[in-house]
Design a protein around this ligand. Structure first.
Ligand code: ASP
Length: 597
Protein backbone atom coordinates (compact mmCIF):
# COMPACT_ATOMS: atom_id res chain seq x y z
CA UNK A 1 0.00 0.00 0.00
CA UNK A 2 1.29 3.44 -0.87
CA UNK A 3 1.23 5.78 2.15
CA UNK A 4 -0.51 8.70 0.47
CA UNK A 5 -2.85 8.84 -2.50
CA UNK A 6 -1.68 11.15 -5.26
CA UNK A 7 -3.49 14.45 -5.68
CA UNK A 8 -6.39 14.25 -8.12
CA UNK A 9 -5.72 14.76 -11.81
CA UNK A 10 -6.58 18.33 -12.75
CA UNK A 11 -9.56 18.66 -15.12
CA UNK A 12 -7.25 20.18 -17.71
CA UNK A 13 -5.12 17.03 -17.85
CA UNK A 14 -7.89 15.09 -19.59
CA UNK A 15 -7.13 11.92 -21.55
CA UNK A 16 -6.25 12.66 -25.19
CA UNK A 17 -5.21 11.02 -28.38
CA UNK A 18 -5.92 7.31 -28.66
CA UNK A 19 -7.95 7.10 -25.49
CA UNK A 20 -11.10 8.55 -23.99
CA UNK A 21 -10.34 7.46 -20.43
CA UNK A 22 -7.61 6.29 -18.09
CA UNK A 23 -7.85 2.69 -16.94
CA UNK A 24 -7.86 3.32 -13.20
CA UNK A 25 -10.49 6.06 -13.27
CA UNK A 26 -13.48 4.15 -14.65
CA UNK A 27 -16.35 3.78 -12.22
CA UNK A 28 -19.89 2.40 -12.09
CA UNK A 29 -21.23 5.88 -12.97
CA UNK A 30 -19.49 5.60 -16.36
CA UNK A 31 -21.29 2.36 -17.26
CA UNK A 32 -23.04 2.54 -20.61
CA UNK A 33 -20.38 4.71 -22.28
CA UNK A 34 -18.17 3.40 -25.03
CA UNK A 35 -14.60 3.93 -23.92
CA UNK A 36 -11.12 3.57 -25.38
CA UNK A 37 -8.25 2.81 -23.03
CA UNK A 38 -4.56 2.24 -23.72
CA UNK A 39 -1.92 0.52 -21.68
CA UNK A 40 0.05 -2.60 -20.90
CA UNK A 41 -1.38 -6.07 -20.36
CA UNK A 42 -0.93 -6.72 -16.66
CA UNK A 43 -2.59 -10.13 -16.52
CA UNK A 44 -4.51 -12.55 -18.69
CA UNK A 45 -6.93 -15.20 -17.45
CA UNK A 46 -8.82 -17.54 -19.75
CA UNK A 47 -12.56 -17.44 -19.27
CA UNK A 48 -14.35 -20.40 -20.76
CA UNK A 49 -13.47 -21.52 -24.25
CA UNK A 50 -13.70 -18.30 -26.16
CA UNK A 51 -13.11 -15.44 -23.81
CA UNK A 52 -10.24 -14.04 -21.81
CA UNK A 53 -10.03 -11.45 -19.03
CA UNK A 54 -7.32 -8.91 -19.59
CA UNK A 55 -6.24 -6.57 -16.81
CA UNK A 56 -5.09 -3.48 -18.62
CA UNK A 57 -2.72 -1.16 -16.77
CA UNK A 58 -1.79 2.46 -17.22
CA UNK A 59 -0.31 4.86 -14.66
CA UNK A 60 -3.70 5.36 -13.00
CA UNK A 61 -4.39 1.71 -12.28
CA UNK A 62 -6.03 -1.34 -13.77
CA UNK A 63 -9.31 -2.08 -15.53
CA UNK A 64 -10.67 -5.48 -16.49
CA UNK A 65 -11.44 -6.06 -20.17
CA UNK A 66 -13.32 -9.04 -21.56
CA UNK A 67 -11.77 -9.93 -24.92
CA UNK A 68 -12.16 -12.63 -27.53
CA UNK A 69 -9.81 -15.40 -26.42
CA UNK A 70 -8.41 -15.69 -29.92
CA UNK A 71 -6.50 -12.44 -29.52
CA UNK A 72 -2.82 -12.98 -28.92
CA UNK A 73 -2.31 -10.75 -25.91
CA UNK A 74 0.50 -11.48 -23.54
CA UNK A 75 2.05 -9.75 -20.54
CA UNK A 76 3.27 -6.21 -21.23
CA UNK A 77 1.86 -6.07 -24.77
CA UNK A 78 0.90 -2.48 -25.49
CA UNK A 79 -2.74 -2.37 -26.56
CA UNK A 80 -5.71 -0.14 -27.15
CA UNK A 81 -9.08 -1.53 -26.22
CA UNK A 82 -12.42 -0.03 -27.19
CA UNK A 83 -15.87 -1.11 -26.13
CA UNK A 84 -18.82 -0.41 -23.87
CA UNK A 85 -18.15 -0.05 -20.17
CA UNK A 86 -20.55 -2.22 -18.23
CA UNK A 87 -21.26 -3.25 -14.67
CA UNK A 88 -19.75 -6.60 -13.78
CA UNK A 89 -22.28 -9.39 -13.32
CA UNK A 90 -23.89 -9.61 -9.89
CA UNK A 91 -21.51 -11.05 -7.28
CA UNK A 92 -18.32 -10.69 -9.32
CA UNK A 93 -17.31 -7.16 -8.31
CA UNK A 94 -13.76 -6.89 -6.95
CA UNK A 95 -13.78 -4.66 -3.90
CA UNK A 96 -9.99 -4.48 -3.70
CA UNK A 97 -9.87 -2.64 -7.03
CA UNK A 98 -11.16 0.94 -7.49
CA UNK A 99 -12.48 -0.13 -10.90
CA UNK A 100 -13.75 -3.42 -9.49
CA UNK A 101 -17.42 -2.79 -10.24
CA UNK A 102 -16.96 -2.41 -13.99
CA UNK A 103 -15.40 -4.06 -17.02
CA UNK A 104 -14.96 -3.22 -20.67
CA UNK A 105 -16.64 -5.50 -23.21
CA UNK A 106 -13.87 -5.25 -25.77
CA UNK A 107 -15.21 -4.78 -29.29
CA UNK A 108 -11.98 -3.61 -30.78
CA UNK A 109 -8.55 -4.78 -29.63
CA UNK A 110 -5.56 -3.17 -31.28
CA UNK A 111 -2.08 -4.39 -30.47
CA UNK A 112 0.04 -1.23 -30.64
CA UNK A 113 3.19 -3.17 -29.90
CA UNK A 114 3.88 -6.74 -28.87
CA UNK A 115 6.43 -7.32 -26.11
CA UNK A 116 8.89 -9.98 -25.14
CA UNK A 117 8.13 -11.71 -21.84
CA UNK A 118 9.19 -9.20 -19.14
CA UNK A 119 12.24 -10.07 -17.01
CA UNK A 120 10.00 -9.96 -13.92
CA UNK A 121 6.37 -9.42 -13.05
CA UNK A 122 5.80 -5.69 -12.80
CA UNK A 123 3.89 -5.59 -9.55
CA UNK A 124 5.43 -8.65 -7.95
CA UNK A 125 8.78 -7.01 -7.47
CA UNK A 126 9.20 -7.91 -3.83
CA UNK A 127 10.74 -11.13 -5.05
CA UNK A 128 12.85 -9.52 -7.71
CA UNK A 129 16.49 -8.95 -6.92
CA UNK A 130 17.52 -5.34 -7.02
CA UNK A 131 20.22 -5.68 -9.72
CA UNK A 132 17.56 -7.12 -12.04
CA UNK A 133 15.19 -4.27 -11.25
CA UNK A 134 17.93 -1.74 -11.96
CA UNK A 135 19.07 -3.48 -15.15
CA UNK A 136 15.48 -3.24 -16.47
CA UNK A 137 14.61 -0.04 -14.66
CA UNK A 138 12.15 1.00 -17.40
CA UNK A 139 10.05 -2.07 -16.57
CA UNK A 140 10.51 -1.62 -12.83
CA UNK A 141 9.26 1.97 -13.06
CA UNK A 142 5.92 0.71 -14.41
CA UNK A 143 5.05 -0.68 -10.98
CA UNK A 144 2.48 1.04 -8.82
CA UNK A 145 5.07 1.75 -6.14
CA UNK A 146 7.62 3.38 -8.43
CA UNK A 147 4.99 5.31 -10.38
CA UNK A 148 3.72 6.60 -7.09
CA UNK A 149 7.17 7.49 -5.73
CA UNK A 150 8.24 9.47 -8.78
CA UNK A 151 4.90 11.24 -9.00
CA UNK A 152 5.14 12.16 -5.31
CA UNK A 153 8.52 13.58 -6.16
CA UNK A 154 6.98 15.75 -8.85
CA UNK A 155 4.35 16.95 -6.36
CA UNK A 156 7.13 17.88 -3.93
CA UNK A 157 9.10 19.77 -6.59
CA UNK A 158 6.00 21.69 -7.66
CA UNK A 159 5.16 22.61 -4.06
CA UNK A 160 8.70 23.81 -3.42
CA UNK A 161 8.67 25.98 -6.51
CA UNK A 162 5.31 27.44 -5.56
CA UNK A 163 6.56 28.30 -2.09
CA UNK A 164 9.76 29.84 -3.42
CA UNK A 165 7.95 31.95 -6.00
CA UNK A 166 5.39 33.06 -3.43
CA UNK A 167 8.21 34.28 -1.20
CA UNK A 168 9.91 36.19 -3.98
CA UNK A 169 12.92 33.98 -4.58
CA UNK A 170 14.32 34.08 -8.10
CA UNK A 171 15.24 30.86 -9.87
CA UNK A 172 18.73 31.06 -11.34
CA UNK A 173 20.57 28.15 -12.97
CA UNK A 174 24.25 27.87 -12.10
CA UNK A 175 26.89 25.94 -14.09
CA UNK A 176 27.43 22.19 -13.90
CA UNK A 177 30.87 22.52 -15.43
CA UNK A 178 32.32 24.38 -12.51
CA UNK A 179 35.25 24.55 -10.18
CA UNK A 180 35.93 23.15 -6.72
CA UNK A 181 33.35 24.12 -4.09
CA UNK A 182 33.91 24.16 -0.36
CA UNK A 183 31.84 21.20 0.90
CA UNK A 184 34.97 19.14 1.21
CA UNK A 185 33.81 15.87 -0.36
CA UNK A 186 35.75 14.19 -3.16
CA UNK A 187 34.91 15.77 -6.50
CA UNK A 188 34.08 14.52 -9.97
CA UNK A 189 36.45 15.98 -12.54
CA UNK A 190 35.65 16.53 -16.22
CA UNK A 191 38.57 16.82 -18.64
CA UNK A 192 38.67 19.84 -20.92
CA UNK A 193 39.18 19.14 -24.64
CA UNK A 194 40.14 22.68 -25.50
CA UNK A 195 42.62 22.94 -22.66
CA UNK A 196 44.10 19.44 -22.35
CA UNK A 197 45.35 18.77 -18.85
CA UNK A 198 42.79 21.10 -17.28
CA UNK A 199 39.57 19.99 -15.67
CA UNK A 200 36.18 21.25 -14.75
CA UNK A 201 34.73 20.08 -11.47
CA UNK A 202 31.10 19.09 -11.06
CA UNK A 203 29.60 21.20 -8.27
CA UNK A 204 29.08 19.64 -4.86
CA UNK A 205 26.57 22.44 -4.43
CA UNK A 206 25.99 25.86 -5.97
CA UNK A 207 27.49 27.36 -2.80
CA UNK A 208 29.92 29.85 -4.32
CA UNK A 209 27.69 30.68 -7.26
CA UNK A 210 24.76 31.54 -5.04
CA UNK A 211 26.89 33.74 -2.82
CA UNK A 212 28.08 35.56 -5.94
CA UNK A 213 24.45 36.08 -6.92
CA UNK A 214 23.98 37.88 -3.61
CA UNK A 215 26.91 40.16 -4.46
CA UNK A 216 25.13 40.72 -7.78
CA UNK A 217 22.03 41.99 -6.03
CA UNK A 218 19.58 39.17 -6.77
CA UNK A 219 18.48 39.44 -3.15
CA UNK A 220 16.72 36.05 -2.96
CA UNK A 221 17.73 33.07 -5.08
CA UNK A 222 16.63 29.47 -5.36
CA UNK A 223 17.34 26.49 -7.56
CA UNK A 224 16.30 22.86 -7.58
CA UNK A 225 19.93 21.94 -8.07
CA UNK A 226 21.70 18.73 -8.99
CA UNK A 227 24.83 18.27 -6.89
CA UNK A 228 27.60 15.75 -7.30
CA UNK A 229 29.83 14.25 -4.62
CA UNK A 230 32.17 11.33 -5.20
CA UNK A 231 31.46 9.72 -1.84
CA UNK A 232 30.38 6.23 -0.87
CA UNK A 233 26.87 5.43 -2.03
CA UNK A 234 24.56 4.63 0.89
CA UNK A 235 20.86 4.34 1.66
CA UNK A 236 20.59 8.10 2.00
CA UNK A 237 23.35 9.09 -0.40
CA UNK A 238 23.95 8.85 -4.15
CA UNK A 239 26.75 10.37 -6.24
CA UNK A 240 24.29 12.83 -7.66
CA UNK A 241 21.43 14.17 -5.67
CA UNK A 242 18.99 17.00 -5.87
CA UNK A 243 18.68 19.77 -3.37
CA UNK A 244 16.60 22.83 -2.94
CA UNK A 245 19.26 25.48 -2.77
CA UNK A 246 18.46 28.99 -1.56
CA UNK A 247 20.21 32.15 -0.50
CA UNK A 248 18.99 35.56 0.64
CA UNK A 249 20.50 38.94 1.45
CA UNK A 250 20.00 41.29 4.40
CA UNK A 251 18.49 38.50 6.49
CA UNK A 252 18.92 36.88 9.88
CA UNK A 253 18.91 33.13 10.57
CA UNK A 254 15.21 33.24 11.48
CA UNK A 255 14.34 34.54 8.02
CA UNK A 256 16.08 31.63 6.33
CA UNK A 257 14.32 29.19 8.67
CA UNK A 258 10.97 30.69 7.79
CA UNK A 259 11.57 30.61 4.05
CA UNK A 260 12.72 26.98 4.07
CA UNK A 261 10.04 25.86 6.54
CA UNK A 262 7.32 27.28 4.34
CA UNK A 263 8.51 25.10 1.46
CA UNK A 264 8.76 21.81 3.35
CA UNK A 265 5.35 22.37 4.92
CA UNK A 266 3.86 23.15 1.52
CA UNK A 267 5.34 19.94 0.14
CA UNK A 268 4.21 17.86 3.12
CA UNK A 269 0.71 19.27 2.93
CA UNK A 270 0.46 18.54 -0.78
CA UNK A 271 1.61 14.96 -0.33
CA UNK A 272 0.05 14.02 3.02
CA UNK A 273 -3.04 16.19 2.80
CA UNK A 274 -2.50 17.63 6.27
CA UNK A 275 -0.27 20.00 8.18
CA UNK A 276 2.47 18.34 10.23
CA UNK A 277 2.92 19.34 13.90
CA UNK A 278 4.55 22.71 14.60
CA UNK A 279 8.21 22.90 13.60
CA UNK A 280 10.40 23.23 16.67
CA UNK A 281 13.89 24.63 17.25
CA UNK A 282 16.61 23.28 19.46
CA UNK A 283 20.25 24.16 19.87
CA UNK A 284 22.85 21.58 18.90
CA UNK A 285 23.86 21.37 22.56
CA UNK A 286 20.33 20.64 23.72
CA UNK A 287 19.84 18.06 20.97
CA UNK A 288 22.97 16.25 22.13
CA UNK A 289 21.84 16.38 25.76
CA UNK A 290 18.28 15.22 25.18
CA UNK A 291 18.62 12.88 22.21
CA UNK A 292 22.33 12.12 21.92
CA UNK A 293 22.42 13.20 18.28
CA UNK A 294 22.31 16.30 16.11
CA UNK A 295 19.39 14.85 14.17
CA UNK A 296 16.80 13.82 16.74
CA UNK A 297 13.78 11.78 15.76
CA UNK A 298 11.00 13.49 17.71
CA UNK A 299 8.33 10.92 16.89
CA UNK A 300 9.02 9.11 20.13
CA UNK A 301 10.21 9.86 23.66
CA UNK A 302 12.89 7.87 25.49
CA UNK A 303 14.84 11.07 26.04
CA UNK A 304 18.23 10.95 27.71
CA UNK A 305 18.08 11.68 31.45
CA UNK A 306 20.89 13.26 33.50
CA UNK A 307 21.94 11.21 36.51
CA UNK A 308 24.92 13.34 37.58
CA UNK A 309 23.04 14.98 40.46
CA UNK A 310 21.45 11.75 41.74
CA UNK A 311 24.81 9.96 41.68
CA UNK A 312 26.96 12.92 42.72
CA UNK A 313 28.51 11.08 45.67
CA UNK A 314 28.23 7.49 44.50
CA UNK A 315 30.81 4.98 45.59
CA UNK A 316 30.23 2.89 42.44
CA UNK A 317 33.40 3.37 40.39
CA UNK A 318 31.79 2.85 37.00
CA UNK A 319 29.59 5.87 37.70
CA UNK A 320 32.42 8.21 38.70
CA UNK A 321 32.50 10.14 35.45
CA UNK A 322 31.93 13.55 33.91
CA UNK A 323 28.58 12.48 32.53
CA UNK A 324 26.11 9.80 33.60
CA UNK A 325 23.07 9.51 31.40
CA UNK A 326 20.24 7.02 31.10
CA UNK A 327 17.25 6.14 28.96
CA UNK A 328 14.08 4.45 30.04
CA UNK A 329 12.97 1.70 27.69
CA UNK A 330 9.27 1.27 28.40
CA UNK A 331 8.00 -2.24 29.18
CA UNK A 332 11.26 -3.99 28.27
CA UNK A 333 12.28 -5.24 31.74
CA UNK A 334 12.05 -8.83 30.57
CA UNK A 335 14.61 -8.42 27.79
CA UNK A 336 16.71 -11.60 27.91
CA UNK A 337 20.35 -11.79 28.94
CA UNK A 338 21.45 -12.48 25.38
CA UNK A 339 19.84 -9.28 24.13
CA UNK A 340 21.23 -7.27 27.05
CA UNK A 341 24.71 -8.61 26.30
CA UNK A 342 24.40 -7.61 22.68
CA UNK A 343 23.27 -4.12 23.72
CA UNK A 344 26.37 -3.93 25.92
CA UNK A 345 28.55 -4.95 22.97
CA UNK A 346 26.81 -2.37 20.83
CA UNK A 347 27.48 0.34 23.44
CA UNK A 348 31.14 -0.65 23.63
CA UNK A 349 31.51 -0.68 19.86
CA UNK A 350 30.14 2.87 19.86
CA UNK A 351 32.81 3.97 22.30
CA UNK A 352 31.31 3.47 25.77
CA UNK A 353 33.30 1.80 28.55
CA UNK A 354 30.27 -0.33 29.29
CA UNK A 355 26.53 -0.38 29.68
CA UNK A 356 24.61 -0.63 32.94
CA UNK A 357 21.16 -2.16 32.74
CA UNK A 358 18.56 -2.00 35.46
CA UNK A 359 15.31 -3.92 35.41
CA UNK A 360 12.50 -2.07 37.14
CA UNK A 361 10.29 -4.47 39.11
CA UNK A 362 7.45 -4.12 41.58
CA UNK A 363 8.68 -3.10 45.04
CA UNK A 364 7.19 -3.59 48.44
CA UNK A 365 3.96 -1.67 48.98
CA UNK A 366 1.35 -0.47 46.52
CA UNK A 367 2.80 1.21 43.43
CA UNK A 368 6.38 0.87 44.68
CA UNK A 369 9.20 -0.01 42.33
CA UNK A 370 12.59 -1.60 42.84
CA UNK A 371 15.67 -2.25 40.77
CA UNK A 372 17.08 -5.62 39.73
CA UNK A 373 20.55 -5.44 38.28
CA UNK A 374 24.00 -6.95 38.74
CA UNK A 375 25.14 -3.50 39.90
CA UNK A 376 22.22 -2.88 42.30
CA UNK A 377 24.40 -3.83 45.26
CA UNK A 378 26.75 -0.94 44.48
CA UNK A 379 23.95 1.63 44.58
CA UNK A 380 22.51 2.96 47.83
CA UNK A 381 18.71 2.84 48.34
CA UNK A 382 18.64 6.63 47.88
CA UNK A 383 20.57 6.36 44.64
CA UNK A 384 18.25 3.63 43.37
CA UNK A 385 15.21 5.72 44.28
CA UNK A 386 16.83 8.74 42.63
CA UNK A 387 17.37 6.83 39.38
CA UNK A 388 13.77 5.60 39.34
CA UNK A 389 12.50 9.13 39.95
CA UNK A 390 14.77 10.85 37.44
CA UNK A 391 13.91 8.38 34.69
CA UNK A 392 10.22 8.30 35.68
CA UNK A 393 10.38 4.52 35.50
CA UNK A 394 7.65 2.10 36.42
CA UNK A 395 7.71 -1.62 37.09
CA UNK A 396 8.19 -3.41 33.79
CA UNK A 397 10.58 -0.80 32.36
CA UNK A 398 14.24 -1.23 31.58
CA UNK A 399 16.78 1.52 32.32
CA UNK A 400 20.05 1.70 30.41
CA UNK A 401 22.84 3.91 31.72
CA UNK A 402 26.22 4.94 30.37
CA UNK A 403 28.93 6.99 32.09
CA UNK A 404 31.96 8.73 30.65
CA UNK A 405 32.87 11.78 28.61
CA UNK A 406 29.75 13.79 27.79
CA UNK A 407 29.66 13.65 23.99
CA UNK A 408 30.39 9.94 23.71
CA UNK A 409 28.02 9.06 26.55
CA UNK A 410 25.19 10.99 24.92
CA UNK A 411 25.90 9.64 21.44
CA UNK A 412 25.98 6.02 22.61
CA UNK A 413 22.65 6.35 24.41
CA UNK A 414 21.25 8.30 21.47
CA UNK A 415 22.03 5.34 19.23
CA UNK A 416 20.59 2.80 21.68
CA UNK A 417 17.47 4.97 21.87
CA UNK A 418 17.11 4.62 18.09
CA UNK A 419 17.94 0.92 18.08
CA UNK A 420 15.24 0.22 20.65
CA UNK A 421 12.57 2.78 19.92
CA UNK A 422 12.69 4.26 16.44
CA UNK A 423 9.43 3.81 14.54
CA UNK A 424 9.40 2.69 10.91
CA UNK A 425 10.19 5.26 8.29
CA UNK A 426 6.59 5.38 7.16
CA UNK A 427 5.23 6.09 10.65
CA UNK A 428 3.77 9.54 11.02
CA UNK A 429 3.74 12.30 12.16
CA UNK A 430 6.29 14.32 10.20
CA UNK A 431 8.31 16.01 12.93
CA UNK A 432 10.40 18.79 11.45
CA UNK A 433 13.01 20.38 13.66
CA UNK A 434 15.64 23.09 13.28
CA UNK A 435 18.88 22.31 15.06
CA UNK A 436 20.77 25.57 15.58
CA UNK A 437 24.03 26.91 17.00
CA UNK A 438 26.24 24.12 15.66
CA UNK A 439 29.89 24.30 16.66
CA UNK A 440 31.90 26.24 14.08
CA UNK A 441 34.64 23.61 14.02
CA UNK A 442 34.56 19.88 14.40
CA UNK A 443 37.73 18.01 15.30
CA UNK A 444 41.18 18.78 13.99
CA UNK A 445 43.19 17.69 10.94
CA UNK A 446 46.57 15.88 10.96
CA UNK A 447 48.34 19.19 11.48
CA UNK A 448 46.16 20.04 14.47
CA UNK A 449 44.14 22.70 12.66
CA UNK A 450 40.42 22.77 13.45
CA UNK A 451 38.17 21.58 10.64
CA UNK A 452 35.18 23.63 9.49
CA UNK A 453 32.02 21.85 10.63
CA UNK A 454 29.94 23.30 7.78
CA UNK A 455 32.10 25.22 5.32
CA UNK A 456 34.68 27.97 5.74
CA UNK A 457 32.25 30.78 4.89
CA UNK A 458 30.08 30.16 7.94
CA UNK A 459 29.66 33.15 10.25
CA UNK A 460 30.68 32.55 13.87
CA UNK A 461 28.19 33.25 16.63
CA UNK A 462 28.60 36.94 17.56
CA UNK A 463 28.95 36.14 21.29
CA UNK A 464 31.86 33.73 20.67
CA UNK A 465 33.91 35.90 18.30
CA UNK A 466 36.61 36.72 20.85
CA UNK A 467 37.43 33.02 21.41
CA UNK A 468 38.04 32.37 17.72
CA UNK A 469 41.81 32.12 18.10
CA UNK A 470 42.13 31.24 21.79
CA UNK A 471 39.57 28.41 22.03
CA UNK A 472 38.26 27.69 18.54
CA UNK A 473 36.58 24.36 19.35
CA UNK A 474 34.25 26.14 21.81
CA UNK A 475 33.02 28.64 19.20
CA UNK A 476 29.45 28.29 18.01
CA UNK A 477 28.40 29.19 14.50
CA UNK A 478 25.39 30.70 12.87
CA UNK A 479 24.65 27.46 11.11
CA UNK A 480 21.66 25.22 11.32
CA UNK A 481 20.25 21.92 10.10
CA UNK A 482 16.73 20.94 9.20
CA UNK A 483 15.87 17.48 10.50
CA UNK A 484 12.87 15.29 9.73
CA UNK A 485 12.14 12.11 11.69
CA UNK A 486 15.79 11.45 12.42
CA UNK A 487 17.08 12.27 8.94
CA UNK A 488 19.22 15.32 8.29
CA UNK A 489 17.46 17.03 5.41
CA UNK A 490 19.91 19.87 4.99
CA UNK A 491 22.20 22.54 6.32
CA UNK A 492 22.79 26.21 5.95
CA UNK A 493 24.33 29.22 7.56
CA UNK A 494 24.71 32.94 7.71
CA UNK A 495 27.84 33.63 5.68
CA UNK A 496 30.87 35.69 6.37
CA UNK A 497 30.63 38.74 4.13
CA UNK A 498 33.49 40.72 5.63
CA UNK A 499 37.08 40.19 4.54
CA UNK A 500 38.55 40.70 8.02
CA UNK A 501 36.48 37.91 9.61
CA UNK A 502 37.09 35.61 6.64
CA UNK A 503 40.82 36.18 6.99
CA UNK A 504 40.68 35.20 10.68
CA UNK A 505 38.74 32.01 9.87
CA UNK A 506 41.17 30.96 7.15
CA UNK A 507 44.02 31.57 9.59
CA UNK A 508 42.39 29.35 12.24
CA UNK A 509 41.70 26.66 9.62
CA UNK A 510 45.32 26.78 8.56
CA UNK A 511 44.41 27.85 5.03
CA UNK A 512 47.16 30.13 3.76
CA UNK A 513 46.38 33.31 1.85
CA UNK A 514 47.73 31.74 -1.32
CA UNK A 515 45.62 28.64 -0.87
CA UNK A 516 42.49 30.68 -0.15
CA UNK A 517 43.26 32.80 -3.17
CA UNK A 518 43.72 29.82 -5.46
CA UNK A 519 40.64 27.94 -4.21
CA UNK A 520 38.13 30.71 -3.65
CA UNK A 521 39.90 33.75 -5.09
CA UNK A 522 37.02 34.79 -7.30
CA UNK A 523 34.58 34.75 -4.39
CA UNK A 524 36.94 36.68 -2.12
CA UNK A 525 37.58 39.08 -5.00
CA UNK A 526 33.87 39.63 -5.49
CA UNK A 527 33.51 40.38 -1.80
CA UNK A 528 35.70 43.45 -2.31
CA UNK A 529 33.03 44.94 -4.57
CA UNK A 530 30.17 45.26 -2.13
CA UNK A 531 28.96 42.01 -0.55
CA UNK A 532 25.69 42.33 1.36
CA UNK A 533 25.19 40.35 4.56
CA UNK A 534 23.62 37.10 3.43
CA UNK A 535 22.82 33.53 4.36
CA UNK A 536 21.20 30.46 2.93
CA UNK A 537 20.27 26.88 3.13
CA UNK A 538 19.94 23.69 1.11
CA UNK A 539 18.00 20.49 1.72
CA UNK A 540 17.95 17.16 -0.03
CA UNK A 541 14.86 16.58 -2.07
CA UNK A 542 15.64 12.87 -2.48
CA UNK A 543 15.60 12.45 1.30
CA UNK A 544 12.45 14.49 1.78
CA UNK A 545 10.63 12.50 -0.89
CA UNK A 546 11.89 9.18 0.50
CA UNK A 547 10.42 9.96 3.90
CA UNK A 548 7.13 11.19 2.46
CA UNK A 549 6.94 8.07 0.30
CA UNK A 550 7.85 5.81 3.26
CA UNK A 551 11.02 4.52 1.59
CA UNK A 552 14.23 3.62 3.45
CA UNK A 553 16.49 4.08 0.45
CA UNK A 554 16.60 7.18 -1.72
CA UNK A 555 17.18 4.89 -4.72
CA UNK A 556 13.45 4.17 -4.59
CA UNK A 557 12.61 7.78 -5.35
CA UNK A 558 15.21 8.35 -8.07
CA UNK A 559 14.33 7.33 -11.62
CA UNK A 560 17.71 5.99 -12.69
CA UNK A 561 19.94 5.56 -9.63
CA UNK A 562 23.37 4.03 -9.25
CA UNK A 563 24.19 0.91 -7.28
CA UNK A 564 26.38 0.89 -4.20
CA UNK A 565 29.44 0.50 -6.40
CA UNK A 566 28.44 3.55 -8.41
CA UNK A 567 27.26 1.65 -11.47
CA UNK A 568 24.24 2.32 -13.64
CA UNK A 569 23.32 -1.25 -14.52
CA UNK A 570 20.90 -0.18 -17.24
CA UNK A 571 23.05 2.35 -19.09
CA UNK A 572 26.28 0.48 -18.25
CA UNK A 573 28.10 3.46 -16.89
CA UNK A 574 30.82 4.17 -16.08
CA UNK A 575 32.51 2.55 -19.08
CA UNK A 576 35.66 2.97 -21.14
CA UNK A 577 35.55 5.48 -23.97
CA UNK A 578 37.20 5.05 -27.38
CA UNK A 579 40.94 5.72 -27.75
CA UNK A 580 40.22 8.52 -30.20
CA UNK A 581 38.15 10.36 -27.61
CA UNK A 582 40.84 9.87 -24.99
CA UNK A 583 43.49 11.20 -27.36
CA UNK A 584 41.39 14.28 -28.05
CA UNK A 585 41.23 14.92 -24.32
CA UNK A 586 44.95 14.36 -23.93
CA UNK A 587 44.32 11.45 -21.57
CA UNK A 588 46.24 8.23 -21.24
CA UNK A 589 44.84 5.57 -18.91
CA UNK A 590 47.20 4.31 -16.24
CA UNK A 591 45.64 1.26 -14.65
CA UNK A 592 45.91 1.16 -10.87
CA UNK A 593 48.21 -1.70 -9.86
CA UNK A 594 46.39 -5.01 -9.67
CA UNK A 595 43.68 -4.06 -12.17
CA UNK A 596 43.60 -5.81 -15.50
CA UNK A 597 41.35 -5.33 -18.52
N1 ASP B 1 26.09 24.38 0.37
C1 ASP B 1 25.60 23.79 1.57
C2 ASP B 1 25.42 22.30 1.35
O1 ASP B 1 25.21 21.86 0.23
C3 ASP B 1 24.29 24.34 2.01
C4 ASP B 1 24.33 25.79 2.35
O2 ASP B 1 25.14 26.19 3.19
O3 ASP B 1 23.53 26.52 1.80
O4 ASP B 1 25.45 21.53 2.30
Amino acid sequence: MVPHPLPARPETARPRGLRTDYCGELRAADAGRTVSVCGWVARRREHGEHLAFIDLRDHTGIVQCVVDGAHELRSEFVVRITGPLRLRPEGTANEALPTGEVEIGAEDVEVLNPAEPPPFGVDGRVDTEEPVRLRYRYVDLRSERMQHNLRIRAVVNAAIRRSMERQGLVEVETPLLWTPTPEGAREFAIPSRLQPGSFYVLPQSPQIAKQLLMVSGFDRYYQIARCMRDEDVRADRQFEFTQLDLEASFVRQEDIWEIATDSVLEATRDVAGEDPPAVVRMTWDEALDRYGTDKPDLRFGMELVRLEEVLASTSFNAFKAAAIRAIRVPAQADLGRGRLDSLTDRAKSLGAAGLVWLRVVAGEGAGAAAIESPVAKFLSPEEQAGILKATESEPGDLVLAVAGERKTTCRVLGQLRLDLGQPEISAKPYRYLWVTDFPLFEGVDEEGNPLAAHHPFTMPHPDDMDRLESDPLSVRSQSYDLVLNGWELGSGSIRIHRADIQRRIFAVLGISEQEAESRFGFLLGAFRYGAPPHGGFAYGIDRLVAILAGEENIREVIAFPKTQSGTDLMASSPRPIPERQLAELGIRIVRPAGLTD
